[in-house]
Design a protein around this ligand. Structure first.
Ligand code: SF4
Ligand SMILES: [Zn+2]
Length: 97
């Protein structure tokens, strides 16, 4: 996720190197969601999640980042992209009552 946000941040000239504070905040938010994910080790990819836990504005921001960085990261980090793609086939766990 950080790699995706970094590609987006640099691509939009927010900073010359590293990651800008705003993009860093988005990453911190995503990392916190991941840490508190209700599915634990059975976590699906967030894109396949049946009970998305992101706030609407954050979700929109992540979608924009994914749309921009997805194709770019495929060329930059092919192995990382492959793992992420394979993760997408993990079955979605049943919703907790
Ligand atoms: S969106 Fe779904 S899979 Fe992703 S962290 Fe939130 S609850 Fe977990
Ligand atoms: Zn940025």
């Amino acid at each position: 996720m950080r790699a995706m946000i970094k590609v987006y941040c640099r691509g939009h000239q927010h900073v010359a190197d590293g990651i800008c504070p705003e993009c860093d905040q988005l990453f911190a938010y995503a990392a916190q969601r991941l840490e508190r994910c209700r599915f634990g080790a059975r976590k699906p990819t967030c894109a396949n999640c049946p009970t998305h836990c992101y706030k609407r504005d954050r979700l929109e921001q992540v979608k924009v980042v994914m749309r921009y960085s997805g194709p770019r990261i495929l060329l930059k980090h092919p192995l990382l992209s492959l793992h992420h793609w394979l993760d997408g086939f993990r079955p979605v766990p049943a919703r907790k009552p």
